[in-house]
Design a protein around this ligand. Structure first.
Ligand code: TMP
Ligand code: ZN
Length: 387
């Protein structure tokens, strides 16, 4: 079984979930392969929980399929991320965060390295594909690995999960595991994309098989109910189209309601806007091609796979996509024949237009000032602005 159907809300247990959006059937967004292959396609549909406002995918792909040893996600080192790390670390310090630290889903260790430069000494990362930081535990975070870590190196005072929470199917297990590893007064920092921001800005390319949940404050309150943990503070950041950080501690939730309204109408409108945006983007690319223009894609994040597959782009629309990640270069965008090439091809080929698939890094527009000064133009995929 390579995926299972999901029908009960992972935050509140509601079994009457409402379908709100379909992006068709898509290959796994980070399944970059050297040759174009016939990828397995998975339904990419969102169900909405009317009780706690959580959006969630209708299928959960098996973790061995989603994260094989060839998995190619490495977080970007960019001006946007450095600024975000500074802001997040500052807020953690202001909230009294202190070591020992555990980062769940530590990826290449860049946030822990950042914390070390700020004076945090006892830091450990846990990620099945952990790299860049020692010590690290190459395992999934669950009750067993949390207990093993506690026995080996003790309880943790600061537990950070940056963009890992939305990837997890079993939230109850995740919270139980935190309970096993956290000191009584520990600060838990959970960062996720903020669904209401995604809806407001029509950022549908954030939806792909790894992102099982589209989170609101209300839904996090629902999952924490009765767990012994409660949200202390909610901080919003503009990074990646809008992310939210929940600062959580042991205690009871005293808040009766959240400012977030019912999101059902917003999801319905999002579905309409999403499909209009898809049609608009495809028409724009086709029109430019008919005018004889050359077009490339810029950046091959998972979002690029979602966009290319939702509107069935191929080399008839994009000649190539540039990307800075060495292991993606030489591959194709999953589900397409579009080759991924080194970043210097942008100036070498100087295409008339570059579709900014890595749209969450606004500094790219400044960094590519030479391309633009020579007449190259960026197309923003969700707003269709040409800059
Ligand atoms: P991310 O949104 O998951 O961090 O992925 C961004 C992708 O875009 C990643 O594959 C690296 C690529 N990228 C570039 O090619 N050029 C850039 O300037 C930046 C910031 C990212
Ligand atoms: Zn729910």
């Amino acid at each position: 079984m390579i995926y299972k159907l999901h029908s009960v809300c992972r935050a509140c247990g509601n079994s009457e979930l409402v379908p709100v959006l379909s992006l068709g059937s898509q290959p796994l967004a980070n399944a970059f392969t050297p040759e174009p292959i016939q990828h397995t396609l998975f339904p990419l549909e969102v169900l909405y929980c009317d009780r706690c406002t959580l959006g969630q995918l209708s299928v959960v792909v098996d973790a061995n399929e989603l994260y094989p040893s060839s998995y190619k996600y490495v977080q970007s080192h960019s001006e946007t991320m450095v600024q975000h790390f500074d802001a997040l670390a500052g807020d953690i310090l202001m909230a009294g965060g202190r070591g020992p630290v555990l980062e769940i889903g530590s990826n290449d260790g860049s946030f822990l390295t950042h914390l070390r430069t700020l004076g945090f000494v006892d830091v450990v990362g846990m990620d099945p594909a952990a790299s860049g930081i020692e010590p690290s535990v190459k395992e999934q975070f669950n009750v067993n690995s949390a207990i093993a870590l506690e026995q080996e190196s003790g309880f943790r005072n600061l537990i950070i999960g940056r963009h890992v929470f939305a990837h997890i199917d079993d939230w109850d297990e995740f919270i139980k595991a935190i309970n096993h590893i956290a000191f009584p007064d520990a600060l838990i920092v959970i960062e996720v994309p903020y669904a209401p921001d995604m809806l407001a800005n029509n950022l549908w390319s954030l939806i792909y098989s790894e992102h099982l949940s589209y989170v609101t404050e209300r839904s996090v309150r629902a999952v924490l109910k009765g767990s012994g943990f409660a949200i202390q503070r909610v901080i919003h950041y503009s990074v990646h189209g809008g992310s939210v950080v929940f600062l959580i501690k042991r205690g009871e939730d005293t808040k009766q309601f959240s400012h977030e309204e019912d999101q059902l109408q917003k999801w319905k409108q999002f579905s309409v806007d999403c499909h209009a945006n898809q049609v608009g983007l495809k028409m724009l690319l086709m029109k430019l091609r008919l005018e004889g223009k050359s077009i490339c894609g810029y950046g091959a994040p998972a979002k690029a796979t979602v966009i290319c597959n939702a509107i069935q782009l191929s080399t008839r629309h994009l000649d190539f996509v540039t990307d800075t990640t060495p292991c993606k270069v030489g591959c194709t965008i999953p589900g397409t024949d579009i080759p991924i090439v080194e970043p210097d091809k942008l100036l070498e080929k100087q295409p008339d237009y570059a579709l900014l698939l890595a749209w969450n890094y606004p500094e790219i527009l400044d960094n590519e000032s030479v391309y633009r000064a020579r007449g190259g133009k960026f197309i923003m995929p969700h707003s269709l602005k040409v800059l």
